[in-house]
Design a protein. Structure first.
Length: 149
């Protein structure tokens, strides 16, 4: 079985600490960075960091997929993972300090096989990278506009 991996990263004009606080707060901050492709976002348990459970839908390529995920902080302050409860997909946010700013990478991985895997490896970057580009631009803007976080 092969693994599909799609990632995108960019510099964010705020400290790693502030950016990580935004990412891990699914009640108050994280929803503000989601692009319009995300809908029906809801926190089911927790709300901040490890153990938080979320549901949402994402529309890509004319198709809507539904996700049910649990949050893990694999490296608190640096690495946050949204792990599918009902499947094998995981999205990881990696925050790397760079002085008074930081760099953030979003990476989504999932197992696949056969001809479907070939198609997913070809099409997925074209569908997901524009969403990640917008999400990280939103994160940059939100972090700069909310120094109190």
């Amino acid at each position: 079985m092969a693994v599909v991996s799609v990632s995108y990263d960019r510099d964010i004009g705020a400290s790693a600490e502030r950016v990580y606080r935004i990412l891990r707060d699914y009640w108050n901050h994280h929803p503000h960075i989601l692009p319009p492709a995300f809908t029906s976002f809801a926190v089911e348990e927790g709300g901040i960091g490890t153990g938080t459970v979320i549901r949402f839908s994402v529309r890509t390529g004319g198709r809507t997929q539904h996700f049910h995920q649990r949050i893990e902080e694999t490296t608190p302050g640096r690495v946050l993972r949204e792990v599918d409860i009902d499947g094998d997909l995981a999205t990881t946010f990696v925050v790397t300090p760079a002085g008074e700013t930081c760099r953030v990478r979003i990476e989504t991985t999932w197992p696949t096989k056969g001809i479907r895997g070939v198609i997913e490896r070809i099409l997925s970057p074209r569908l997901l990278i524009p969403i990640y580009t917008e999400e990280l631009a939103n994160l940059d803007r939100y972090a700069r506009e909310h120094p109190e976080v």
